[in-house]
Design a binder for this molecule. Structure first.
Ligand SMILES: [Zn+2]
Length: 143
């Protein structure tokens, strides 16, 4: 099963899938021949290195899905640009967020119809565990 990787980003490639009765862990990588520098918007094609991020995505049959993504760091070769190296920006995984944007949106939808404590309970049953404090932080960030 390819989970819902392609709907998250068609450039995603599944490297490894490990699962137990209680959770799923996917190791993925973003296939890109180039990336746009976030500072000067020039296309970069020279690879620097790679970095990984761990985040949660939509649950798979009520099991939490944790994903480790390998992202390329690129050299920006534009002489006038202040960024010499950047990590490829991923629109569906904002910097420092630990959940994909689509998972945050689903949690927010639940939270807007009930309390943070109830959202915590519902999300745990659905396979996307989150504390009520984290629910409140999600709502505040959305404003
Ligand atoms: Zn640049």
């Amino acid at each position: 099963m390819d989970y819902a990787l392609q709907s998250l980003d068609p450039r995603l490639e599944l490297l490894e899938r490990t699962e137990t009765a209680t959770d799923v862990h996917l190791h993925v990588h973003l296939r890109s021949p180039s990336a746009a520098c976030p500072a000067c918007h020039q296309t970069a094609t020279r690879r620097h290195s790679a970095t990984t991020r761990l985040f949660m995505d939509l649950p798979d049959t009520k099991r939490p899905v944790r994903m480790t993504i390998r992202l390329t760091k690129w050299f920006c070769d534009e002489p006038a640009c202040s960024r010499k190296v950047f990590t490829e920006p991923v629109p569906w995984l904002p910097p420092r967020h630990r959940r994909s944007a689509r998972l945050e949106e689903q949690i927010r939808l639940i939270a807007f119809t009930t309390s943070a404590v109830q959202t915590e309970k519902v999300c745990r049953q659905l396979g996307c565990p989150i504390s009520n404090d984290a629910v409140l932080a999600l709502i505040r960030r959305h404003r």
